[in-house]
Ligand binder design. Structure first.
Ligand code: MLT
Length: 260
């Protein structure tokens, strides 16, 4: 594990392998270990970067709100530090929102974009309200909020078969500091709609959804890929494909990235 200083804060990251660089970005309440199973096969042919986003894992917080642009700017600073110019971005859920913000701000640095269990659309009013309620709950009892939030992510039919992995995932999520949880929620709430990038950006794009995702409708996300060149892949899982169906996700990512 390596550390990098960004705005007087420490950012944890990993950097392995050689070749086209692929950056893996985790989602809300997660950390870089989300990708442990996925990246194993990649570093033979690629340079793989994973990192803890601001306020997550072992990376510090820098403010009351971490916008998707703050996260993208931090990633850009890390890539400049490592002298990496072009990257393929793979973002899980909130990591997908960060990838889109990065792609908007630094289009020249993007070679390809994969959103996993994520969307290019902004929050609906209802979702913003839910986030406000969530923030109040986090202030009162962060651990209860995290346990409840995680229970709602998975395909209930397979939950029993992956209970060890879900428990490990939960333990890591519980380490997210209160400020990190609130700052990310505020940041997601005010993120811009970036569907336009799926239509008018020059690099290849793909969205991978979970058919049984309890928090993001696979059907609604599929609509984002209509009338543009974005590839659409649907997997038999809930909201956390890297935990629920790592092998399938890995095979799909490998064949997408190979074409790019
Ligand atoms: C995530 O998994 O990153 C979050 O569920 C995304 C969100 O709340 O929109």
């Amino acid at each position: 594990m390596k550390h990098f200083q960004y705005k007087n804060s420490s950012i944890r990251y990993t950097d392995t392998g050689k070749g086209t660089c692929v950056v893996f970005l985790h989602g809300f309440l997660e950390n870089l270990h989300l990708w442990d199973e996925i990246i194993q096969d990649f570093s033979h042919k690629h340079r793989i970067i994973t990192l803890d986003l601001l306020g997550h894992g072992k990376s510090d917080c820098i403010g009351y709100i971490h916008t998707m642009e703050d996260q993208a700017d931090m990633l850009h600073a890390l890539l400049s530090h490592l002298k990496i110019r072009k990257v393929i971005l793979v973002g899980h859920s909130m990591g997908g929102y960060v990838s889109l913000a990065f792609a908007e701000l630094y289009a020249d640095n993007v070679k390809g974009l994969v959103l996993v269990n994520s969307t290019s659309r902004a929050d609906s009013d209802e979702r913003k309200e839910n986030r406000n309620r969530a923030i109040e709950m986090v202030k009162k009892n962060k651990n209860l909020f995290i346990r409840m939030a995680i229970q709602n992510l998975f395909d209930t039919e397979i939950l029993d078969t992956i209970s060890d992995k879900v428990e490990q995932f939960t333990q890591q999520a519980l380490e997210t500091p209160t400020q990190g949880v609130i700052a990310a929620s505020e940041g997601m709430k005010e993120r811009n709609d970036r569907e336009v990038l799926l239509h008018f950006s020059p690099y290849p794009k793909c969205i991978i959804v979970g058919k049984k995702d309890p928090i993001l409708s696979a059907k609604a996300v599929e609509e984002e890929t209509f009338e543009n060149e974005t590839q659409f892949i649907s997997l038999p899982c809930g909201h956390v494909a890297p935990i629920e169906c790592p092998e399938l996700l890995k095979e799909n990512l490998k064949s997408i990235i190979k074409q790019w």
